[in-house]
Design a protein around this ligand. Structure first.
Ligand SMILES: O=C(O)CCC(=O)C(=O)O
Ligand SMILES: [Fe+2]
Length: 303
């Protein structure tokens, strides 16, 4: 694919890129630069916008897989999802840095992961000790409607929580089971649990209030909206009630950036201080996205 930055043709080469924040300040468009001429200074400006706004969007550009991989590599070290490495559903035929998300079929077999169903609120690859910092998702093929993606501002939500609730959460861990994937299937290498007590299931734990490794600000960090998540040490019913209160905030449009995809859009989100979900779409239509991710710090909480 030829790499033409449609939006930047009128701007002089080497000019500063422009950041256009959305009305609530969460999410911004980045306009006015040329992917072909991407340099360290522009990447530093992009990083600053991404740290400020949580989610940034590139719209109106055309760029290739190679350029997505190059930009991601300039932002940090790659995180490769297990599916990418094992050549499973979701592996890209040419770039092991790319995870293919979608419902396209090749020779009757699904070539992407996650199908066409709705995906519940989550952060990416939370089941790793060091989940991704940046995730870049590039729209390759879109259905006529559906498949919108929503991002939630977990700094803003943390700051809005009643202070009594913040006190309960500070210094605690959130536990989520690693047995099931987002679609409820037993992950490769895991076995189904033999007890109903979710506290005993194979899991990953992270601080539920997390200090962001670059901004130093605190935010809520919940891997996934799931009945098998548990705030370690709390009675199960209290933990479930608090998680439900947190997700009431996450569902509020005031804390969200809604992405209605256009051809070629790329979204880059900070996976440490945001969550996301997406709508399903009619499975007779194909939707294909290419995702790359960079390594984040091990989640920590600084008192
Ligand atoms: O398909 C989407 O819009 C988002 C899927 C997702 O959760 C991801 O790319 O991490
Ligand atoms: Fe995701």
């Amino acid at each position: 694919m030829s790499a033409t930055a449609v939006a930047s043709r009128s701007r002089p080469v080497g000019s500063r890129l422009e950041v256009v924040p959305s009305s609530n300040g969460f999410g911004a468009d980045i306009v006015g630069f040329d992917f072909e001429l991407l340099d360290e200074r522009q990447v530093a400006e992009m990083r600053a916008a991404w740290l400020d706004h949580g989610v940034v969007r590139f719209r109106g550009y055309r760029f290739s897989d190679e350029q997505q991989v190059r930009l991601t590599g300039m932002l940090g070290d790659f995180v490769k999802h297990p599916r990418q490495l094992k050549g499973e559903e979701g592996a890209h035929p040419d770039h092991e840095e790319i995870l293919v998300i979608g419902n396209a079929k090749v020779d009757g077999k699904s070539s992407g992961t996650m199908g066409n169903s709705e995906a519940q609120w989550h952060t990416d690859t939370w089941f790793y000790e060091r989940p991704p910092a940046a995730a870049l998702l590039h729209a390759i093929e879109l259905p006529p409607e559906g498949g919108d993606t929503y991002f939630a501002d977990m700094y803003g939500i943390y700051e809005q929580l009643p202070s009594a609730l913040r006190k309960i959460l500070e210094g605690r861990l959130i536990q989520s089971t690693t047995i099931f994937d987002g679609a409820g299937r037993v992950r490769t290498g895991q076995t189904a649990p033999d007890t109903d007590d979710i506290r005993l299931w194979a899991h990953m734990r992270h601080p539920i209030v997390r200090t962001h490794g670059e901004s130093g600000r605190n935010c809520l960090y919940v891997g996934i909206d799931s009945p098998s998540s548990w705030i370690v040490g709390l009675p199960l019913d209290e933990s479930a009630a608090i998680l439900s209160e947190i997700f009431d905030f996450v569902r509020m449009p005031d804390f969200q950036f809604k992405q209605v995809w256009e051809d070629g859009d790329m979204i880059m989100w900070d996976n440490r201080c945001t969550m996301h979900r997406r709508d399903g779409w009619d499975g007779q239509y194909t939707r294909v996205m290419h995702r790359t991710t960079t390594l984040g710090e091990r989640p920590f909480y600084r008192y």
